[in-house]
Design a protein around this ligand. Sequence first.
Ligand code: C2E
Ligand code: MG
Ligand code: MG
Length: 762
Amino acid sequence: MQYKRSLLKYILVYAALVLSGFLGYSICFTLATHNAQQNTAVLPSNWLLLAGLSIVYWFVAWRSYNKPQPKAQADAQADLERLKLALIVANQGLWDWDLTKQYDIYFSSTYCNNLGYSQAEFGSSLQDWKNRLLPEERELLLSNAMRFMHEGDGDYDSTYRMQHKNGSYRWIRSRGSLIKDATGTPIRFIGIAHDITEQRGTEERLKQARAVFESTHEGVLITDSKNTIVHINPAFSHITGYTAEEVLGKTPSMFKSGRHSRDFYKALWNSLKTTDEWSGEIWNRRKSGEILPQYQTIRLIRDENGLVSHNVAVFSDISLLKDSQSELNYLAHYDPLTGLANRTQLYERLNITLQTLTNEGKNGSAFLIDLDHFKSINESLGHSVGDQVLQAIAERINAIIDQKHCTLSRIGGDEFVVICQDTGTPAEAALVAQALIKASKQPFIIENKELFISASVGICLFPRSAKSVEDIMRNADSALSKAKASGRDTFAFYSSEMTEQAFQRISIGSELRAALETQGLMLYYQPVYAMGGLTLVGCEALVRWNHPERGLVSPGEFIPIAEEIGLISAIDEWVLQRACEQMHQWQKQSIQLGFVAVNLSSRSLSKKELATTVADTLKRSGVKPQYLELEVTESAVMEDPDRADATLKELRALGVRLAIDDFGTGYSSLSRLKSLPVHKLKIDQSFIRNLPSDSEDSAIVRAILMLGKSIGLEVQAEGIETAEQMHFLQELDCPLGQGYWFGRPMPAHDFSKLINSNFQQP
Ligand code: C2E
Ligand code: MG
Ligand code: MG
């Protein structure tokens, strides 16, 4: 273009010269017509001159045309080219408003193309521009541009929408400046314009994403590829209690609750590795330490090269959901009025208890309690009072039952059920039932009124009398009907014999209690002999009940009842006290008896304060510990061997002697036996009874004797009734013996006589 223009310049100059040459020639020719003679010679030489001058002109023009341009000018040209290219590459349109021409504006082809037009289609006036603006923005934009031209300072920067040829609107960012003349009058307004529709879309989306990020109720946590926390949102802080400063730069493991196994986290990372995503329930911890159940989705973000750049975790706090779930669960299993377990929960518990007891070969009991005439309280005093009675009775029953082994439920209306795991005999169950009835009989003060009520109780022992939950409930219900039929305010078992037996035991129990308090019990003493020299070495104290009507009742009859009704420990204590007092008396009479043996029940053995009781008794009676022997049965030890071991150690530390009674019947292991801190094994009388004829019993007795010898324990044979048995045992080197052959259990004064005669014997 530039080159064409300069060539045109030369042609035009040449044309002017030729024209002026012709003009001059015409004048010369006119003058020459006045003097034709002279001018005929001039004419060819003029043409030659003109041709010469043309040659010279074109030679100079040619030189000048081909002459290299000065460097600065070439550079400026190149810069201009570059600028043009840059504008094209950057997709920047150029506009140039010549203010001297009012409304003429140059719009570059890129400018027009960006809006889908060619330059010719777009036009080149202010109106062409204005027409394509969004109508709502048109006036404002125009007045902004005018104001800028008036004020004219700084740079013009405006973002607006213009209509594309296809009808859509594009976002355009236009920036420019005003060029002024020497007087400060604006003469040109020039700038560039760029289609920012795409960028604007991205910005919009980012803005929206940020708004979501900031305002969502779900916690968001973003970590980088090294699992370092780089971003959290306000909801995160709200839910967890942590501020951004407290968590940024740390790893999410700081929220771990410790409630998930390593396998859980392994599975989580595996899922992320294979699918780039994991979602599920996870338990974390709030800053307060409280457990935070969350539903969380973790997603991996990868860069262009497929490498993990970030992890984004979005979670919602589901603790409320959990709470309402547990509330629903609560309502499904508990009675809202009393807070007790309801029928559903009772059946679940009963099922578990039944299975446990069946596996352990033990019995428990279910008590179905029904308040007598409760209906009349509701009808006469209203349901509110009735509800209060039910709440009060629930509290009372809960207060008296053994919380460790019994549970209370309300199965509807005025019906309650107590399940006890450790009351497996009719007598034990009857005692609990009596206590329940007694508790309900205490007057209630409700709304300043004193109310009296009673209860009937149906009992079912299980698995003894029922092998399924349904059977237990049905049997308890029919037992309850029996209790009601026999006048209410009482209890009944499913089977009538059991009810009878229970009542009998209860009456024996109360008589026994009275006997213990009124010196109705007494001690008999049975001698123990050293088998070698047949010398009296000690005695065993055996309790007797001197019943006013029945005479002497043997312990075999009343000790099991005493155990059932919880009286055995009191009896043992009484026996211990009495035996020690007696021993002290003998010692005062200078009778040197080696020991007095006292039996302890398994209940006493399991009492924590046993050693203290023994120590106190010894102290009170003035007997030295080495004169007291305590007998515990092998089966009592095996009930809870570790506990027994600990108690026996305590007792041994006191200095008392310890013996395993009825040895051979309790299945104790040799290793256990070896570690027990006892002095003596008492061979159970069942192995002695058939000696010496029974070869098996002989072998057992022999084995026990050898065992005792090898682990350094004394051995004493019980129940020696005949001389044969005695000789046989003597031959086996059995060190100690006890039995009718030596002497039956006898009252203290008889025993005193026996000792005296014994010691008088040489
Ligand atoms: P045990 O401790 O094994 O006592 C020995 C039992 O065998 C005594 O019965 C005794 O009278 C009986 N006996 C002794 N020699 C012979 C004999 O030659 N032949 C036969 N057939 N029997 C003999 P008892 O006094 O009726 O006591 C029975 C069980 O009652 C005792 O067995 C003991 O386990 C328990 N007992 C007795 N007194 C007490 C006590 O004060 N507290 C506790 N917890 N239990 C006691
Ligand atoms: Mg004994
Ligand atoms: Mg015995």
